[in-house]
Ligand binder design. Structure first.
Ligand code: CTP
Ligand code: CA
Length: 224
């Protein structure tokens, strides 16, 4: 973690990390969410801070905690709040890693009162949320931008489309097919794809080890 002079390699770097699910409100007591635990993002934040980086961790609802002098944890609930928090900090960072499982859709209208049961069916109209990562890609000047991709078909091809669409420097493609990878698991089987479309399949590893690999990519980019 320290170089030969005992210095932390990322001590001059500031990194934004997103983590966890988002909750999209339906009414005052209900939401649409997902099963993301937040672990991948928290592990990335810790790995970066352990190398001396100053980290802003913007996380959706999770029970995870991270006590580290170099990490500022910003807790948000909805995708809209996560979007606002990310844009508040993005201009000040050297790299950003989007590990959050942001909802793609949210209820178009949030009921002001608890929805009472009446009819036998209920339809909710949903609208697309803002793509946080793509919006950071549009805004980026020199930041090293890392995204994740979860695909169940045409994995490599779809991940490459996301690199282009979101203006990424690196994408971490998560394979759900392999057992022991994905939501709720402590391990991940990933393939790194860089902006020149070089593919690097990795072994099944713990999320901590995947986090360390991602931080290494950032270090390499900055010759740190
Ligand atoms: N992401 C984001 N904001 C969103 C949706 C996704 O920042 N509203 C980010 C995720 O954090 C991840 C990357 O975009 O780093 C890819 O997420 P993914 O769900 O795989 O792709 P989508 O672009 O949402 O496309 P789809 O779900 O249709 O595959
Ligand atoms: Ca999505």
């Amino acid at each position: 973690e320290r170089d030969i002079e005992g210095k932390l390699p990322l001590r001059t770097k500031k990194i934004l990390v997103t983590a966890g699910p988002t909750y999209e409100p339906i009414d005052p007591v209900r939401f649409i969410g997902n099963h993301s635990s937040g672990k991948m993002g928290f592990d990335i934040a810790k790995a970066a801070a352990d190398q001396g980086a100053q980290v802003i961790l913007v996380t959706g609802p999770t029970h995870l905690k991270l006590d580290h002098t170099l990490v500022t944890v910003v807790r948000v609930t909805s995708s809209e709040e996560m979007y606002a928090a990310c844009h508040e900090y993005f201009g000040t960072v050297d790299a950003a890693v989007a590990a959050a499982a942001v909802a793609d859709y949210r209820p178009k209208n949030v009921a002001p009162q608890k929805i009472k049961k009446s009819e036998s069916t209920l339809s909710l109209e949903l609208e697309k949320t803002k793509d946080i990562l793509a919006s950071l890609g549009e805004k980026k000047i020199s930041q090293f931008l890392v995204g994740f991709a979860l695909e169940t078909e045409n994995e490599i091809e779809n991940a490459k489309l996301k690199i282009t669409k979101k203006n990424l420097d690196l994408i971490v493609l998560n394979s759900l097919n392999d057992k022991g990878a994905g939501f709720g698991s402590d391990t991940n089987k990933v393939t790194f794809i860089d902006k020149d479309f070089n593919e690097e399949p990795m072994e099944l590893k713990t999320k901590e080890a995947v986090a360390a690999d991602i931080i290494n990519k950032i270090k390499k980019h900055y010759n740190a």
